[in-house]
Design a protein around this ligand. Structure first.
Ligand code: HEC
Ligand code: HEC
Length: 254
């Protein structure tokens, strides 16, 4: 087995023969799914729908989409990113590759809406007041410039219609009142025993000494307004289509 793999790799290097996953049976996919849920889901989502790490369901892989690319990226991780290397046998890695592939079959369906109209709505609805999306925009919410590569369609829809449903820790809002009565509200960038570093909504970056706090509490709800009652179903579809079109491109840094 090991010998065969080396030969395959060597020939792939010369571009003569494509490396093919030798483990693609339904039981391999099931075994891969099991490993995925325990080792990958915390970042990529339970079924690869995306979360802290990109979704793996579109059939498009930024770091290479051949079997050999997937095998390499899963075995070695992706240097300079949060994607770790793993300690599974080669057979197990192939089973994971089989599972990851199974996530994209028929799943790369394009969104329903009209992305161009969605782009107009994005400005009209003042989403840019808080979000950056390839151009001008605010920093009161996440940068959405590559959100289409990171999240599933369902997630995007929910993020717009019910923003409170899943709020990442870095977007919890800290409210601080100091001894002299100054008030702050913003995202906590850093906190240690003595200081809180805050991205304050009106004052920008502030480093505040805790001993001067009279009040300090954290709200785990989103500052993003809910658009559930404001947007029509078509508006929501169009916005989702626009966000989906914001895919990561070669040369993008993160
Ligand atoms: C600690 C978080 C984390 C864990 C755990 C993790 N990944 Fe990742 N993974 C990432 C991040 C972040 C990226 C994106 C790297 C980048 O491009 O910046 C990534 C990228 C990838 C890619 C490349 C996607 C592409 O578009 O080319 C694949 C495939 C992948 N991961 C599969 C897995 C598998 C399978 C596992 C479990 C064995 C796993 N990952 C575990 C964080 C993680
Ligand atoms: C008052 C500021 C504000 C406005 C206005 C706003 N957002 Fe948000 N948005 C946020 C914050 C903060 C978060 C992160 C917390 C959360 O997930 O709810 C967020 C999260 C999101 C996410 C999820 C991002 C991720 O990484 O998971 C999407 C998608 C999104 N917003 C789209 C929109 C769209 C589309 C509009 C306009 C219709 C909009 N937002 C208007 C502040 C805002």
């Amino acid at each position: 087995m090991r010998f065969a793999w080396v030969v395959l790799l060597a020939s792939a290097a010369f571009g003569q023969e494509e490396v093919k996953n030798p483990h693609t049976s339904p039981s391999d996919v099931a075994a891969g799914a099991k490993i995925f849920r325990s080792h990958c889901a915390e970042c990529h989502g339970f079924a690869g729908e995306g979360g802290r790490a990109p979704k793996l369901t579109t059939g498009v892989f930024f770091h290479g989409g051949t079997d050999a690319d997937l095998f390499r990226n899963i075995t070695d991780g992706i240097p300079g990113t949060a994607m770790p290397s793993v300690f599974f046998s080669q057979d197990q890695v192939w089973q994971i590759v089989a599972y990851v592939r199974s996530l994209s079959t028929g799943n790369a369906r394009p969104p329903l809406g009209d992305a161009q109209r969605g782009a107009q709505l994005f400005h009209q609805q003042k989403c840019t007041g808080c979000h950056l999306a390839r151009g001008e925009g605010g920093v009161r919410g996440p940068d959405l410039s590559m959100i289409g590569s990171q999240r599933s369609l369902e997630y995007l829809r929910q993020a717009i219609l019910e923003p409170g449903a899943k709020v990442l820790r870095e977007y919890w809002v800290a409210r601080i009142t100091t001894e002299n009565g100054s008030k702050y509200a913003g995202f906590v960038l850093n906190e240690d025993t003595h200081y809180v570093q805050l991205l304050d909504f009106s004052h920008g970056l502030e480093t505040l000494p805790k001993r001067e706090f009279r009040e300090f509490h954290i709200e785990k709800s989103s500052v993003m307004p809910s658009y559930g009652g404001i947007l029509s179903a078509k508006d929501a579809d169009d916005l989702v289509a626009y966000l989906w079109s914001l895919q990561r491109r070669k040369g993008d840094e993160r």
